[in-house]
Design a binder for this molecule. Structure first.
Ligand code: ADP
Length: 247
């Protein structure tokens, strides 16, 4: 087998909010070209970790690299430019915009002028339609996002992430609050996109999904990695059970 190539990696990443250390010296390496999962009990720092590496918030200490390039503390649009796209735990779409309008503004740019220009580009419209078809909501193109089911909004968010053609996709609880049929669709999309070469880093509470989808699982407890490995190994690690049971 070929040697594992690092994708996103952190060393000693740390972030506190007042007295709470949400991420506490996290040293983690995700694998390039794979489906990686980041799991851990509620409050173990997973979302804060995502926010620190995607430029939503600045870490207090430690470093983050993406494929060997330093991205520590970089603003989110600069992180995006390195090839990382992400979704949010509480789905982020514009509720009063149509599905297509959401697609056309999905690629956030620092320049409003550039963003408006790309929104008027007919090629972008075609690409948006293709991606909406791919996630199975092209028939809703003209609907306002708020009229979609929560699962459909998550599919819209994922399609929006794909507009930037990211090499790596970070998903924060893609199956949370989504009905089982749409969970299957999301899982199949992740598998297909991974087969096409995209790396995934997924925070997810649905353990069946995590174990069936992932190549590599990183387990967080209290803001740092306590265990990593393939699903079969992580599943049977007593430290993981302990973390979840809060012993
Ligand atoms: P997870 O995603 O694993 O559930 P979080 O990263 O959301 O964990 O939270 C980790 C810890 O940091 C929790 O104790 C949470 O209450 C705290 N925390 C997260 N964000 C903030 C914030 N903006 N202000 C204060 N505390 C926060």
């Amino acid at each position: 087998a070929a040697a594992v190539q690092p994708n996103l990696a952190t060393v000693g990443l740390t972030k506190s909010f007042g007295g709470v250390t949400a991420v506490d010296g996290a040293t983690v390496t995700f694998q390039h070209g794979k489906v990686n999962a980041l799991i851990g009990p509620n409050g173990s720092g997973k979302t804060t970790f995502f926010n620190c590496v995607t430029g939503m918030i600045k870490p207090d200490a430690g470093t983050a690299t993406y494929r060997g390039r330093d991205i520590t503390g970089k603003a989110s649009h600069r992180v995006a430019r390195t090839g990382i796209g992400r979704s949010f735990q509480l789905c982020r779409v514009f509720p009063r915009m149509t599905v297509m309008e959401n697609m056309l503004v999905a690629v956030r740019s620092t320049s409003l002028r550039r963003q408006l220009a790309s929104a008027r580009d007919p090629q972008e419209l075609d690409r948006a339609r293709g991606l909406l078809a791919r996630v199975g909501i092209d028939h809703l193109e003209h609907s306002e996002a708020r009229d979609l089911s929560y699962g459909q909004q998550k599919l819209l968010e994922l399609a929006g992430v794909l507009m930037a053609d990211p090499e790596t996709i970070m998903l924060d609880e893609p199956a949370g609050g989504v009905n089982p049929a749409l969970i299957d669709r999301i899982a199949n999309l992740v598998r297909d996109l991974n087969a096409e070469g995209k790396t995934f880093i997924v925070v997810e509470h649905n353990m069946d999904l995590v174990m069936s989808l992932s190549d590599h699982v990183v387990v967080f407890d209290r803001g740092r990695q306590i265990c990593e490995g393939p699903p079969s190994v992580v599943q049977n690690d007593p430290r993981v059970l302990e973390a979840y049971l809060g012993i």
